[in-house]
Ligand binder design. Structure first.
Ligand SMILES: *[C@@H]1O[C@H](CO)[C@@H](O)[C@H](O)[C@H]1NC(C)=O
Ligand SMILES: *[C@@H]1O[C@H](CO)[C@@H](O)[C@H](O)[C@H]1NC(C)=O
Ligand SMILES: *[C@@H]1O[C@H](CO)[C@@H](O)[C@H](O)[C@H]1NC(C)=O
Ligand SMILES: *[C@@H]1O[C@H](CO)[C@@H](O)[C@H](O)[C@H]1NC(C)=O
Length: 195
């Protein structure tokens, strides 16, 4: 019960960081730092399962493919390739909504936030900074008609928010160009604390 309350508070801070921009007229970089500073923890472990690409919109992406495979006995990783149809530049945002598995289904979990993908790569949010380590994606800006490839990537538990309870999770990642939806991907993982 206490853990759940703490999480709700973390969520309010995360959401608050975004709206604080308007309320307190923080500069954009202050706002980013407030948010990204929340993504560090060494309290739990994460077992990454897979990413499913639910759909993508042809107006924005010529193609988009994600495959999950076993890198070794214990770790799963993804390879992804895509080509944008438009000059996305730095205007690539993602709305994240978490779900936690309980009573046989994934139920809404109170972590919801919007992030700019370029800031998330720079701040290494959930380990996104590592996408440049394998393949030929160099990060932002993203240009149209450029076929890009990321390989052997998996989320890094150290760059997740703290205090998330043990359990099986699904996170919806709705990718946006400015405010238009480009794709929906789902990432599945388990959070556990070894005893
Ligand atoms: C925020 O502050 C800056 C600099 O003080 C000012 O130029 C800008 O108009 C303010 N923006 C809003 C929305 O109040
Ligand atoms: C599997 O690969 C991961 C990522 O490189 C590594 O951290 C882990 O130690 C490896 N596990 C085994 C059993 O080799
Ligand atoms: C990136 O790699 C892919 C696959 O190897 C290749 O088809 C593509 O042309 C490369 N893109 C760039 C911009 O070099
Ligand atoms: C993923 O990419 C790596 C590195 O290029 C390659 O060795 C591997 O075969 C690819 N795996 C799949 C399943 O596409």
């Amino acid at each position: 019960m206490l853990k759940v309350l703490v999480i709700v508070c973390v969520n309010i801070i995360l959401v608050g960081a975004k709206s604080a921009e308007k309320a307190n007229n923080l500069t954009k970089s202050d706002d980013k730092m407030v948010l990204i500073a929340k993504f560090h923890q060494n309290d739990y472990k994460l077992n990454f399962e897979r990413i499913d690409l639910v759909y993508f919109r042809k107006q924005y992406l010529q193609h988009f493919n994600i495959v999950t495979f076993k890198y070794n006995r214990t770790s799963a990783v993804i390879n992804a390739t895509w080509t944008f149809h438009v000059d996305v530049g730095y205007d690539h945002n993602v709305i994240v909504q978490a779900y936690r598995f309980a009573s046989n289904e994934y139920r809404l979990f109170p972590i919801r936030l919007q992030l700019n993908v370029c800031d998330a790569i720079k701040g290494n949010v959930i380990g996104l900074g590592n996408v440049i380590h394998c393949g030929n994606c160099t990060g932002c800006p993203f240009s149209k008609n450029e076929r890009l490839r990321v390989c052997n990537w998996s989320p890094d538990e150290a760059y997740f928010p703290p205090l998330v309870p043990n359990g099986k999770y699904m996170m919806d990642m709705q990718g946006l160009f400015r405010t238009s939806e480009m794709y929906l991907a789902r990432i599945y993982f388990t959070i556990y604390r070894p005893i």
